[in-house]
Design a protein around this ligand. Structure first.
Ligand code: ADP
Ligand code: MG
Length: 334
């Protein structure tokens, strides 16, 4: 079990309210990602759930039980941090066994859980090594192993992949997703990286300045961002947001169109512009196109083979059914 409910949970450090009262339900077995810019309160929220910080107000329930005042060890949750904090002088086996030893779990049961965690994490051949003899990715797996053997109601991850290089991050992302499918245990995962959020989450919680801006599945957030902040935060490259004469034509304050929903053509189309810098990724090409009277260039996603020359005149046509409309208050209109 691992259903976690936050009811008007708030947090202030001194006079500074970092998290105004907030409600959130995390269902048993769900993979929930807290995402938002640095300093928005993701770690604080996770630490409140873990019991590493006291709430300033509200209630936290874990599987129906009031856990608001419970010490971390009594909450049945396991936290995995960005820094792995392994004991360098202990073998992998002893590192993984450590929390069980502390909890007084019998030796045979410890061994059973170590074998099973090692198997799930592809660490079986490394159990007798020390952390210094492992790669960064393997060390992070040991840290996860140490969490698994506690058989927690939920795993809490705070930016666990930030210390790894880009290629390793992609690999570990898949491993953690795979682990979630196999263990079927609730996971709460904090990241500032919207790509991690999109690729891993069942449910994304977008935070800004301690406030939940939107909760939804990756595709819900992608297709129907409820405000300008979510529209600009989810999706890479970012959604193009246009005000002025273009949005006025649609009778709204801002329209949004994603780079993949703009067609680029040398001869005709809705909006006339000038090609700026092109980014050739091989699979795709991103063109930056300046429209007359629009400050920021628009980003257009085209196929890998498409060629346009810097300075050429082009025409952009938005795919009307993928236009996002926002009012002066920044909220989505229908
Ligand atoms: P994130 O993890 O999203 O980057 P944090 O939860 O770490 O953000 O921080 C949220 C805000 O709370 C920041 O403004 C940070 O400076 C502040 N904060 C975090 N911990 C403390 C603390 N122990 N004392 C005072 N302010 C803190
Ligand atoms: Mg943080």
């Amino acid at each position: 079990m691992g259903r976690i409910t936050l009811d008007k949970v708030s947090k202030a450090f001194g006079d500074v309210e970092v998290i105004p009262p907030l409600d959130l339900t995390i269902d048993d077995g769900e993979f929930v990602v807290f995402v938002g810019p640095s300093g928005c309160g993701k770690s604080t929220l996770l630490r409140l759930i873990a019991g590493l910080e006291d709430v300033s107000g509200g209630q936290i329930r874990i599987d129906g039980e009031d856990a608001t005042m419970a010490p971390p060890a009594k909450r049945g949750l396991a936290m995995v941090f960005q820094s792995y904090a392994l004991y360098p002088h202990m073998s992998v086996r002893k590192n993984i066994a450590f929390p069980m030893k502390m909890a007084g779990i019998p030796k045979e049961e410890q061994d059973r859980r170590i074998e099973s965690a090692a198997k799930a994490l592809n660490l079986t051949d490394y159990l007798d090594r020390r952390p210094g003899q492992l790669s960064g990715g393997q060390r992070q797996r040991v840290a996860i192993g140490r969490a698994i053997v506690r058989e927690p109601a939920a795993f809490l991850f705070d930016e666990p992949l930030s210390n790894l290089d880009a290629a390793l991050r992609v690999g570990m992302r898949l491993e953690i997703s795979e682990l979630h499918k196999r263990l079927d245990t609730t996971m709460i995962y904090v990241t500032h990286d919207q790509v991690e959020a999109m690729t891993m989450a069942d449910k994304i919680v977008v935070l800004r300045a301690g406030v939940i801006e939107q909760v939804g599945s990756p595709l819900e957030l992608y297709r129907t961002p409820r405000n300008l902040f979510v529209a600009g935060f989810i999706g890479s490259p970012k959604m193009n947001l246009l005000g002025g004469a273009i949005s006025a034509k649609y009778g709204v304050a801002t329209i949004g169109i994603r780079p993949e929903h703009l067609n680029i053509d040398a001869k005709e189309g809705a909006w006339k512009g000038t090609v700026g810098v092109s980014e050739h990724l091989g699979s795709d090409t991103f063109f930056h196109v300046a429209l007359e009277g629009v400050d920021e260039p628009l980003t257009v996603r085209a196929g890998g083979e498409v060629q346009m020359t810097y300075g050429d005149t082009v025409y952009l046509t938005p795919d009307e059914k993928h236009l996002h409309r926002f009012g002066a208050d920044g909220l989505r209109i229908a």
